[in-house]
Ligand binder design. Structure first.
Ligand code: ASP
Length: 579
């Protein structure tokens, strides 16, 4: 016995007259006074079964029991539908299967939701994920994901990379998140950290003579969950030895273009545009700008240095956006509220009417030359933020995105992929006030910036680069430090003593002293990449079994407390948390 001869979505007019067996799930049953119609479904589509008591009384009797999501097997004859019953919306709509034999293979209890229902509560969907996965969108998304993964592998292998597996259980790797700790029964009181990334292992592979490594790596980071973040995620992780930045970018661009093509999407043109971090912050107020629209930020700091308008003259930075519309007072008030939510003290404006006249409460404080330099062309509005640089960047960056969406400036039909280069090496850690890495501490300085590492960390630029798609960060990478002394300098600049750096990274510093080739790499966040390729706003839609925002899994109920014996073996005592 074979379960099926064809898939449900396959029968066509050519098959008329054939005897076929199909198997799948009952998507819908309609009773037409004796005749029973069942839409039988699998991932390829639906086929209509017709159970006629005259043709098969046994099958007709059994068909009365069918409910949605029962698994059926039916054997019968493919028959052409009469012209008025042809369904042009279904690929199998010209035919139906007249059933001779019917088997209920598996039954279903009443369903918590119907598969075609929209807006089903997400927790419910995840609790009954096996049902949810039968829906067309989940079928498409996970299949698209598999296509992308196999394309990535093919592209990487064609480019000479080999797949090497690296451990999940390791020491903490500094990627800027908390580690998940795993207690070790054989050595009570000790813990593995789940790898936040294979960073040091892939660098060790370079030192070990594998010059092109890749892996679809699972990474674990204990961070708050969001639409684009899960505790565990997968990334295309790669590293190249004897490589320059351009070599790494080229590898990634090829992978991205091949992935677009594999899912039938028009690929972006290569080379992808490159923008420096400084430029991105100045023009877009963001290190991951959405370049599907213009609305660039402009700088008014120089022009306002001698201004009589104290708010401008006294602010370290004055920048503005020119909106191609005369905004009303109501609009301006709303935008000011928005700007304040992002930390601005206020939002000054100059509206230039269609005749060239300027309407603004601050106009009287500004000279004619200032107005000329700052006010926009007729029929537009300039919006100003005057403050410390980071505030100005943050507020105008957010305002630009907000206006881009509100005013319909974003061209949704475009895909803007680009690189951001030359990030700073360090940033201040807000809690400790110490310098900390922007990317990770293994990132090399930009050529000529090595001597700034300890002398002037604020101004040291790095060889770190990010790949951005429509304002989403797809991934990051860098050319690494391959000298132990430079690596030590970085640790010192971050305020680590030699003992500390040796305790944490001694093995790696040692490795760097035994013939480390120059190298660099990248990690592309696979979940986000696939979500964007699938046009899904949320990575949970492209993940088979994701967790919800609270960090739990509605399907299995994980995480759960552990049995006392297991904890005893591990030498762990649980302290009750105050509610
Ligand atoms: N390890 C980095 C990350 O996971 C990527 C890299 O620098 O290659 O983000």
């Amino acid at each position: 016995m074979s379960w099926r001869d064809v898939r449900c979505g396959e029968p066509r007019a050519d098959d008329v007259g054939r005897k076929l067996t199909v198997a799948g799930w009952a998507a819908r049953r309609r009773d037409h006074g004796g005749l029973v119609f069942v839409d039988l479904r699998d991932h390829t589509g639906l086929v209509q079964l017709v159970v006629n008591p005259e043709r098969s009384p046994v099958a007709a009797e059994l068909a009365k029991e069918i409910r949605n999501e029962f698994v059926l097997r039916a054997a019968g004859e493919v028959v052409a539908r009469s012209p008025e019953t042809v369904n042009p919306k279904m690929p199998t709509g010209e035919v139906e299967l007249h059933v001779d034999e019917l088997e209920i293979v598996s039954r279903s209890t009443p369903l918590p939701f119907q598969l075609e229902e929209e807006n089903v509560d997400e927790v419910l969907r995840l609790r009954y994920r096996w049902l949810d996965l039968r829906r067309e969108s989940m079928q498409q998304n996970l299949r698209l994901r598999a296509t992308v993964v196999s394309t990535i592998r093919a592209s990487m292998e064609e480019q000479g990379f080999i797949d090497v597996w690296t451990p999940g259980l390791t020491l903490g790797t500094p990627e800027g998140a908390r580690d998940f700790l795993v207690p070790v029964r054989l050595q009570p009181g000790t813990f593995f950290a789940l790898a936040q990334s294979p960073q040091l292992f892939k660098q060790a592979l370079m030192i070990g003579g594998f010059d092109r490594y890749y892996q679809i790596a699972t990474c674990w980071r204990d961070e708050d969950l969001r639409a684009d973040r899960q505790f565990e995620f997968r990334q295309l992780d790669l590293e190249l030895a004897f490589a320059e930045r351009e070599d790494v970018l080229e590898v990634l661009e090829k992978v991205v273009v091949a992935s677009f093509e594999s899912v039938g999407k028009k690929p972006p043109e290569r080379p992808f545009p490159r923008l420096s971090y400084a430029d991105a912050m100045l023009r877009y107020g963001s290190d991951k700008p959405d370049l599907r629209f213009g609305l660039e930020i402009q700088d008014g700091t120089e022009v306002t240095r001698g201004s009589e308008f104290g708010v401008f003259a006294g602010a370290p930075t004055v920048r503005f956006l020119v909106v191609p519309q005369e905004l009303s007072r109501g609009d301006l008030a709303k935008l000011e509220t928005f700007a304040k939510e992002w930390g601005a003290k206020g939002l000054a404006y100059l509206v230039r009417g269609s005749e060239g006249e300027v309407r603004s409460p601050i106009a009287k404080f500004l000279s004619a030359s200032e107005i000329d330099a700052l006010a926009a062309p007729p029929g537009s509005t300039a919006l100003f933020v005057a403050d410390e640089l980071p505030v100005v960047e943050r507020v105008l960056g957010a305002l630009r995105l907000h206006l881009g969406r509100e005013l319909g400036l974003v061209d949704d039909t475009r895909d803007a992929l680009h690189w951001i280069l030359d990030f700073p090496l360090f940033q201040r850690d807000e809690d400790s006030g110490r310098w900390t890495f922007v990317h990770h501490p293994f990132t090399g300085a930009l050529e000529g910036h090595e001597e700034l590492i300890e002398r002037d960390p604020a101004n040291a630029l790095s060889q770190h680069y990010d790949l951005i798609w429509n304002g989403w960060e797809l991934g990051s990478g860098s050319i690494r430090i391959h000298r132990s002394d430079v690596q030590q300098q970085i640790f010192r600049a971050m305020g680590m003593t030699e003992e500390e750096s040796n305790a944490k990274f001694g093995w790696f510093l040692n490795a760097l002293q035994m013939g480390a080739p120059p190298h660099g790499g990248f990690a592309l966040g696979l979940d986000r990449f696939v979500a964007l390729l699938a046009g899904e706003p949320n990575i949970r839609e492209v993940t088979a079994f994701p967790k919800v925002a609270s960090g739990s899994d509605p399907l299995t109920g994980a995480p759960a407390s552990a049995p006392t014996e297991a904890l005893d073996e591990l030498g762990i005592r649980v302290v009750e948390q105050a509610p």
